[in-house]
Design a binder for this molecule. Structure first.
Ligand code: GLN
Length: 471
């Protein structure tokens, strides 16, 4: 895909230099050429071709929407009526969406074209794409590496030049970490900014859908399109959606970073040096940057994994082979049907999280784990919001290092959980966060700079990101 932005794509489409039909064919060819990367679980060629013809007509009659001809891939946990959706799990291997997710409908209403669904960690649980029942997506920048997780397929569809943009979901970093690992832009909007209707749930008080794109301008445009009230999701805010179009900030911004993040021993020293070089540039450009204390960093990953596994154990209870999901052929009675269906349908990591979540919710342990983690979540949220009253945005590295090799053996799953150390704060606090590409590292790979802003302040988030993006 040769258009670096929606703006340049639209110039070409409206000048008659290309058509949506041609763009779809080019994307399908490109997807085929890149099939070794295992990005798509399924392409939707017929749907995409039909949409392309319809949008081409609208372009002719000057009635096309703001995302006319923008080719988008969907993470395999977003429902699109009449198309398969599986959360990359054997539990839903042959499942077909019964309705269309609000976010997908909003894309279609804006005249975007849906190309297919991309591989992710099973039920969005993972950081490397390796928990997918379909095998991991490979990083387009180097196929021996992970593209990150859980929305690694969506990030890779953009990074490999197959699509203009893609949707992912982010519960603890699943958009921002793959964006950092693939050199793309990715945003997790404020909790409640975007509808979760038709999104296969992992942890309902954390999950948010957001886009991947090749530039910040596109990211902001798509976020604006998918935002807004939804009668089907009562947690979705009915606040008016502000314009997210990128305006140049008309005043110096104030930024803060956390000392504990930059002093963290897990952080690659080169990423740290790059970050401080950016801080100097910010200051030289007239912005203010201060170091803040954040004594809760080490509590974030435990809070996240206690609360999300608790919510997951409840959300995933519906997959019992009776109501919905894989049904075992080897059952002899109702109880063995439940047990065998769930044991066969869910992979190891999902089972581990259901067990952990059931444990922290069980009588006798509820107060010690779940109740305590809820209180700790409030403390973190309060501290985060207080910091964001003092400065416009919080900045830091998105991840401790660049993309790591696929196929590493983990005897201890908490090693991988610690990958999420910098990304879980935003969903714990419910605030928006964006990752913009940075680097390259001396190993040739990109990494990410993360920017967080106050709740429902996506316009300020994008403005702050824009300042950093242009340094
Ligand atoms: N890596 C995190 C996890 O494994 C984040 C996942 C996500 O945001 N969906 O839970």
């Amino acid at each position: 895909m040769t258009y670096p932005s929606i703006e340049s794509l639209h110039s070409a489409l409206y000048a008659g230099e290309t058509t949506c039909a041609k763009l779809v064919e080019a994307s399908l060819v490109r997807a085929e050429e890149k099939s070794d990367l295992n990005i798509f679980i399924e392409l939707f060629p017929e749907t995409a071709r039909a949409q392309a013809l319809a949008v081409d007509q609208k372009i002719q009659s000057q009635t096309a929407g703001p995302l006319a001809g923008v080719i988008v891939a969907l993470k395999d946990n977003l429902c699109f009526k009449g198309h398969g959706v599986s959360a990359s799990s054997n539990m839903l291997r042959d499942f077909e969406s019964q309705f269309t997710a609000t976010v997908v409908q909003k894309l279609i209403d804006a005249d975007a074209i849906i190309l297919g669904r991309t591989g992710c960690d099973e039920f969005a649980m993972g950081s490397s794409n390796e928990t997918s029942a379909y095998g991991p997506v490979k990083n387009p920048l180097d196929p021996s590496l992970t593209p990150g997780g859980s929305s690694g397929g969506s990030a890779s569809a953009v990074a490999a030049g197959i699509c203009h943009a893609a949707l992912g979901s982010d519960t603890g970093g699943s958009i921002r970490q793959p964006a950092a690992f693939t050199g793309t832009y990715g945003v997790k909007p404020t909790y409640g900014r975007v509808s979760r209707h038709g999104v296969i749930a992992y942890a309902s008080s954390f999950d948010q859908v957001g886009p991947f794109a090749k530039c910040l301008d596109d990211l902001a445009k798509i976020t604006e399109v998918i935002s807004g009230a939804d009668a089907y999701d009562t947690t979705c805010s009915d606040r008016a959606v502000p314009s997210m179009a990128l305006a140049q900030a008309d005043r110096p911004f104030s930024f803060a970073y956390y000392k504990e993040v930059l002093d963290n021993p897990a952080l690659d020293p080169e990423i740290r040096d790059y970050f401080f070089a950016q801080v100097q540039k910010l200051e030289a450009a007239g912005h203010r940057v201060e170091a803040m204390d954040f004594p809760y960093l080490d509590a974030l990953v435990p809070i996240y994994y206690i609360l999300t596994t608790a919510e997951a154990s409840s959300n995933l209870a519906r997959y019992d082979g009776v109501h919905v999901g894989h049904r075992s052929e080897n059952a002899s009675d109702l109880e063995s049907l439940y047990k065998k269906s769930r044991s066969e349908g869910f992979g190891e990591e999902v089972q581990r999280r259901i067990l952990l979540g059931t444990f922290v919710l069980s009588a006798g342990y509820f107060d010690a784990f779940y109740g305590k983690a809820q209180k700790a979540r409030r403390v973190v949220r309060d501290a985060t919001l207080e910091a964001l009253q003092q400065v416009d945005a919080l900045i830091g590295p998105t991840t401790p290092h660049t993309a790591f090799p696929l196929g590493q053996e983990y005897t201890d799953p908490t090693v991988l959980y610690l990958e999420d150390i910098f990304t879980v704060q935003a969903p714990i606090a419910g605030i928006p966060a964006v990752s913009i590409p940075a680097g390259p590292h001396s190993n040739g790979l990109p990494f990410g700079i993360q920017i967080m802003a106050g709740p429902f302040d996506e316009p300020k988030l994008f403005q702050a990101a824009h300042i950093l993006d242009r340094l």
